[in-house]
Design a protein around this ligand. Structure first.
Ligand SMILES: NC(=O)C1=CN([C@@H]2O[C@H](COP(=O)(O)OP(=O)(O)OC[C@H]3O[C@@H](n4cnc5c(N)ncnc54)[C@H](O)[C@@H]3O)[C@@H](O)[C@H]2O)C=CC1
Ligand SMILES: O=C(O)[C@@H]1CCC=N1
Length: 252
């Protein structure tokens, strides 16, 4: 395996990305403790190069930084050498502030948790000299979209970065509703998973408004349920979720 990536941080996002990338790339993880990087390797199920911050040399490497935004200033001085490229998944953290880590090129990426199944929707922005490489790297773990500026990336964070959590709320609530009506929990979960799978495919080629029109029969069940969603202000709630998440990204 000739291609390699180095992760800084060993949390949920690093693991999801490493799961998606480990079939095509060799993986190095820089972490705080031997136990943490060993746990990471065990969860990944693939042998990795395990490095602690005190020994970290990022010279000429492709780095994906996956720590919390607040940890960047603490970590930057610990990294020796000049990276080939620094890819950051840190929400709201600007390209300018990434320069506290020495690198030839900088890129912000906003993947989501579906990276672990090779189905992330990842937005990217940064140094156009590495655009092709970045699109290919993150293309390994799903779909990619290169955006024009960082403001757009912060909005993309609210939509596709945080999005799995919003859809999880809908998924759980729909199951709860079915259970309240008397369906067994396991059956409700099976139906919900099948629903999301089919919907995920349909929405690739059908506009959401048309999809809804095709499901809703006059005076039928969908119209009754849809009315309840509008009464519950689900549409407004979704738009507010994006606004609040975007506001938060700007403050991180
Ligand atoms: N979880 C998600 O779905 C997504 C997360 N992100 C971004 O990924 C980054 C990591 O998030 P998660 O993996 O969810 O969080 P996490 O809490 O699972 O992992 C954070 C990791 O940061 C490292 N860390 C924490 N404190 C540290 C310190 N003081 N010094 C050095 N390293 C430290 C540790 O390796 C820890 O595992 C965040 O910046 C977040 O904005 C981006 C897209 C999606
Ligand atoms: O909640 C967060 O801040 C991160 C960024 C996108 C998903 N999780």
């Amino acid at each position: 395996m000739s291609r390699s990536v180095t992760f800084i941080g060993n949390g949920k996002m690093a693991l999801a990305l490493a799961k998606g990338l480990s079939t095509t790339h060799s993986i190095e993880v820089i972490g705080r403790t031997t136990e943490a990087v060993e746990r990471f390797e065990a969860s990944l199920g693939v042998a990795i190069t395990k490095t602690l911050y005190q020994n970290a040399d990022i010279n000429n490497k492709n780095i994906i930084i996956c720590v919390k935004p607040a940890n960047l200033s603490e970590i930057a001085p610990l990294l020796k050498g000049k990276a080939e490229a620094l890819y950051s998944v840190l929400a709201g953290t600007t390209l300018e502030s990434l320069k506290s880590v020495d690198a030839h090129h900088y890129c912000r990426a906003m993947p989501n948790l579906a990276a672990e199944t090779g189905a992330s929707m990842t937005s990217l922005v940064g140094d156009t000299a590495i655009k092709t490489f970045a699109l290919e790297l993150f293309g390994t773990i799903g779909s990619v979209l290169w955006l024009s500026n960082e403001k757009e990336l912060d909005i993309a964070t609210a939509l596709a970065g945080s999005g799995p959590a919003y859809l999880a709320l809908i998924a759980e609530a729909l199951c709860d509703g079915a259970v309240r009506e008397g369906l067994k929990r396991d059956d409700a979960m099976t139906l919900m998973r099948g629903l999301f799978d089919g919907f995920g495919r349909l929405i690739q080629t059908t506009h959401p408004a048309l999809l809804k029109d095709n499901v809703m029969s006059p005076g039928g069940t969908t119209a009754a349920g849809y009315g309840a969603l509008e009464k519950g202000k689900v549409r407004e709630g979704c738009m507010e979720a994006i606004r609040c998440a975007h506001e938060r990204a700007k403050k991180l």
